[in-house]
Design a protein around this ligand. Structure first.
Ligand code: NAD
Length: 493
């Protein structure tokens, strides 16, 4: 049976806001039409606050403010070092409030508090990283001796539209806000409607750090209203989107008539491939963490595990035993490893996949709601084995604490299985054969590969997926490239 913490009462943070508003041109405002939507906490599933439901009129106001700040304000014209100083201040403030940010994020999203704390620190680190990078930025110069000098003039583009998902919301917002602001753009952020709480904190943090008015604008609301209006706004030349592949397709279509710059970080169904010669204990630990951390609501989750036949039975036995020891609990409890899924709609989706899985494969751990939690969006860490490659639980992104394990015999077969889905975000490879590790990494269709490693990412490395997992790369200089124009200047000598 599943390990759970003793149910305690729902932790409600002190001083929750009494409503969540937009933030436009340096002021908190309601929607033009006064409309709001309900925000629930994932443990009680009760409405704890109303958030402003932005529509086209609100996006229009935000874009006017951002455009004005771009055309007439100091931000794009400041020296990189001056912008860098403000970004470092933002990082300092986030760091100094990491516990409070984690408390609010955990309450709003259901993430375990210890993991939400790590994400808050990562958000600070994102700002610090881009604050440093922009000061160190060097651009190319090309010389044709005696004839020509060519150099690159790097310029911010304008108003960047940032659309973000509900998983690790604060951290993923920082991942776009950091480079968009560092390069001198102004922004309109449309955060996910399931989790608007932490996004509303940016405004105060930015004001305190001295970010000029109109540079950061926030419009809450539903994707099909506020998100849609942002994508279709003619004065927003860039859209950076993170979310589902299906939403990415819609945004692609809607942005096409405007020929916008697009960065797409989309869904995944990433494989972890464990060869018979791997360090079994390390592989089990890492693949447990890979799919059950962050409640399994993680784009790079290793949600398919392919295991070589010689060690398959032993792996399955150890894995199932360890999955049963993963602690499901209230998000606020320090020993919780899997908290509550973000929203009842998402809970229903994950539970329906578990039911599908029961007809497609063999269940060896979990399989439903833990007995200790009769309400709230709690799901047991669930392990299916002998999963055929045409099963829906092998092919489709579940985005919860559910894993599919499948045996293979040869390296060739492992590669076919690994690549046999529409996604290509991450891959994890466990083998002690050096040659095989590098050759397999080369052949696998994934934007990122981890060899004998947990998902630990250096901020300088490119981040992005192939196939249905995305288009373009962010991370390090790739983010700087996305948020800037690179004008070539040619001089005849
Ligand atoms: P989602 O696509 O439902 O929503 C993402 C955002 O898009 C939300 O802010 C939403 O309001 C907005 N949106 C929805 N419809 C829109 C439309 N028509 N026009 C404009 N905006 C619209 O995704 P989600 O459920 O919030 O997030 C989970 C998904 O995100 C998973 O598929 C996950 O893999 C993916 N994800 C990917 C990465 C990555 O870096 N590749 C990172 C995190 C999450």
């Amino acid at each position: 049976s599943q390990t759970t913490t003793q149910p305690r009462t729902l932790h409600v943070p002190a001083d929750l806001p009494d409503r969540i508003q937009h933030y436009i041109d340096g002021a908190f405002v309601d929607s033009v039409d006064g409309d709001t939507f309900d925000v629930l906490d994932p443990v009680s599933n009760e409405v704890y606050v109303q958030a402003a439901a932005g529509k086209k009129a609100d996006i229009d106001r935000a874009v006017v403010a951002a455009r004005n700040a771009f055309q007439h304000g100091p931000w794009p014209r400041m020296l990189p070092r001056e912008r860098s100083r403000i970004l470092h201040r933002i990082a300092d403030i986030v760091e100094s409030r990491d516990a409070r940010l984690a408390e609010l994020e955990s309450f709003d999203s259901g993430l375990p508090i210890t993991q939400a704390l790590g994400q808050a620190r990562r958000a600070a680190e994102n700002f610090r990283f881009f604050a440093d990078l922009i000061v160190a930025q060097a651009d190319d110069t090309f010389k044709v001796p005696g004839r020509q000098i060519n150099y690159v003039n790097r310029k911010p583009i304008g108003v960047a539209g940032l659309i973000t998902p509900w998983n690790t919301p604060f951290m993923l917002e920082s991942w776009k806000l950091g480079p968009a602001l560092a390069t001198g753009n102004t922004v309109v952020l449309k955060p996910a409607e399931f989790t608007p709480l932490s996004a509303s904190l940016w405004a105060g943090i930015f004001e305190e750090a001295g970010l000029p008015k109109g540079v950061f604008n926030l419009v809450n609301g539903l994707g099909e209203d506020a998100g849609d209006a942002l994508v279709k706004h003619p004065d927003v030349p860039l859209i950076s989107f993170t979310g589902e592949s299906r939403t990415g397709q819609i945004i692609f279509g809607n942005a096409a008539p405007f020929l916008k710059g697009l960065s797409m970080e989309l869904g995944g169904k990433s494989p972890a491939i464990v060869f018979a010669d791997a360090d079994l204990e390390a592989a089990v630990d890492a693949t447990i963490f890979g799919v059950f951390s962050l409640n399994g609501e993680r784009c790079t989750a290793g949600s398919r595990i392919l295991v070589q036949r010689e060690i398959y039975d032993e792996f399955v036995e150890r894995y199932a035993a360890q999955a049963k020891r993963v602690v499901v609990g209230y998000p606020h409890d320090g020993d919780t490893e899997v908290g509550a899924l973000v929203h009842p709609e998402h809970f229903d989706k994950v539970m329906s996949y578990i039911e599908i899985g029961k007809s497609e494969a063999r269940l060896v751990a979990g399989g439903g709601r833990p007995d200790a939690f009769p309400t709230g969006n709690f799901v047991e860490p669930t392990v299916f084995v002998d999963v055929p490659s045409d099963a829906r639980i092998f092919q489709e992104e579940i985005f919860g604490p559910v894993v599919a394990i499948t045996p293979f015999d040869t390296e060739e077969e492992a590669l076919v299985l690994a690549n046999g889905v529409r996604y290509g975000l991450a891959a994890y490879l466990w083998t002690n054969d050096l040659k095989r590790a590098h050759n397999f990494a080369q052949a696998i269709e994934a934007g990122m590969v981890w060899l004998n490693s947990n998902n630990v990412r250096d901020l300088r490395t490119p981040f992005g997926g192939v196939k249905a997992s995305g288009l373009g790369h962010e991370g390090g200089y790739r983010s700087i490239d996305f948020y800037t124009d690179q004008q070539a200047v040619h001089i005849t000598l």
